[in-house]
Design a protein around this ligand. Structure first.
Ligand code: FES
Ligand SMILES: [Fe+2]
Length: 448
């Protein structure tokens, strides 16, 4: 548990707050680029600040304060111009730095130096990132899933009514899977009269329930870019074997990575603090083609907003992300950590909180926190600290069956049914990728 003061320190993200200042050292994803192609002017809320993101008519991006300096009209109704965004009321023009470049009906020589806020924005891997901290901005880190070649991608976006840290703490909590994605999933399917769905041996319920059997202890340790944690199993306690099961990779401060780059399916879950009580939850999903099979081309990475309630307004709970989201929100807007009773399964959460507190302290001391990259980012950064090797063996032809089977098992009979992916616009392309893999497999077998 934390004291009330410690809880405030780790959760509040507005300007001038300890965690807010830490967050202002990072590039923060604020919107899918594809959304800007549909609507070039959008209101965004990030770290407690109301801003307007726009794409000008030459394709340049800007992120500026949301209220026109003249008479406070919301710039979300602004009109994109060659050089910036114009207020719809009297046409004042603002550039990407927030400077007022033109006041059409004022005297041309009138001095006017006031400006709106203006923050740097950059696009990477189909996401628009913003930097709200002191300049010069660090490099935008090229985490591997954003830049992995030969892959199909899609981006799921949800706004959740709770503090970002509740979502991120979920990644320090491997055992929630047993209940939230095992027992609760089953309960939900049974209630709907869809219990038969869970009889399929590849349904996620089975592996989730098994995660709860034979647990000896949980472990957690710091890594170069975040932390590693997992579960130690004991045969003596009922597990199939003595083993250590590593859980998803944590990239500080708000990323969780499931699957490795190059895998049939991998994902970043990104917990973006919009303000103290709202989180922009981004699932950045990547389906890589194995060497020798070209993934279908995408001009832009599409986005989607997965449904969270049905036609009657009841929560939809028959996919994994929805199960996570409902328990995070059910903890309250900002969970009161002074009232918790932690147990042995919370060991990684304790480390996660300590790490966050230490990084906040570094910023308070005027030092650079973890994952702050001045200058240039390496071409590809691996959150686990090392390049993935599972799915990228150069002699994939030798492994073709296992790769093909893995794709089918992991996708056709797995995430496409059990998880949020099923709502995504890229599903037909992923299926096309699998068809290509199967064709390559058959060809390789014929030639063998
Ligand atoms: S209120 Fe924006 S230009 Fe007048
Ligand atoms: Fe979960």
């Amino acid at each position: 548990m934390l004291t009330v003061e410690q809880n405030e320190r780790l959760t509040r993200v507005g300007p001038g707050t300890p965690c807010g200042e830490l967050m202002r050292r990072y590039w923060i994803p604020i919107a899918p680029f594809a959304r800007l192609l549909e609507e070039p002017v959008q209101k965004v809320r990030v770290l407690g600040e109301d801003l307007v993101l726009y794409r000008n008519t030459k394709g340049g991006l800007g992120l500026i304060g949301d209220r026109c300096l003249h008479r406070r009209v919301d710039m979300k109704y602004g009109i994109p111009d060659e050089n910036g965004l114009r207020c719809p009321y009297h046409g004042w023009l603002y550039g990407a730095t927030g400077a007022c470049l033109e006041r059409p009906m004022e005297l041309a020589n009138a001095q006017f130096n006031d400006k709106l806020k203006g923050y740097p924005v950059e696009e990477l891997g189909g996401l628009v990132f913003a930097y709200l901290g002191p300049l010069p901005a660090p490099a935008l880190p090229r985490w591997d899933l954003f830049v992995w070649p030969n892959a199909v991608r899609q981006i799921a976006i949800n706004v959740l009514d709770c503090n970002w840290l509740q979502c991120q703490e979920n990644t320090g909590d491997p055992t929630h899977s047993v209940w939230a994605h095992g027992h609760m999933f089953k309960y939900e399917l049974d209630k709907k009269g869809a219990g038969g769905r869970s009889e399929d041996a590849t349904h996620t319920i089975h592996s989730r329930l098994e995660m709860g059997v034979g647990i000896k202890e949980l472990y957690a340790k710091q890594t170069q870019y975040g932390m590693e944690k997992g579960i130690v199993y004991s045969k003596e306690l009922g597990a199939k074997e003595d083993r250590v099961r590593k859980h998803s990779t944590v990239i500080f401060p708000f990323y969780t990575q499931t699957g490795t780059a190059g895998a049939p399916r991998s994902e970043y879950q990104i917990r973006v603090p919009m303000d103290d009580t709202h989180t922009l939850h981004i699932c950045y999903q990547v389906y890589a083609g194995p060497p020798g099979v070209e993934a279908p081309r995408q001009d832009v990475v599409p986005w989607y907003a997965p449904p969270t309630v049905d036609a009657d307004g009841k929560p939809i709970l028959d996919y994994v992300l929805a199960q996570d989201a409902i328990v995070w929100v059910a903890q309250g807007a900002i969970v009161d950590r002074s009232q918790e009773k932690l147990g042995r399964t919370d060991v990684p959460i304790v480390l996660l909180r300590r790490q966050l507190d230490e990084q906040i302290t570094l910023v308070e001391q005027g030092k650079a926190p973890m994952n702050f990259f001045p200058g240039q980012s390496p071409d590809m950064l691996h959150g686990s600290g090392k390049p993935p090797d599972d799915w990228t063996a150069p002699d994939w032809a030798k492994r073709r069956l296992s790769i093909g089977q893995a794709y089918r098992q992991k996708y056709h009979k797995g995430f496409a049914i059990d998880d949020v992916d099923r709502y995504g616009p890229a599903v037909p392309l992923v299926q096309d990728l699998h068809r290509r893999i199967e064709e390559a497999e058959i060809k390789a077998l014929e030639e063998a």
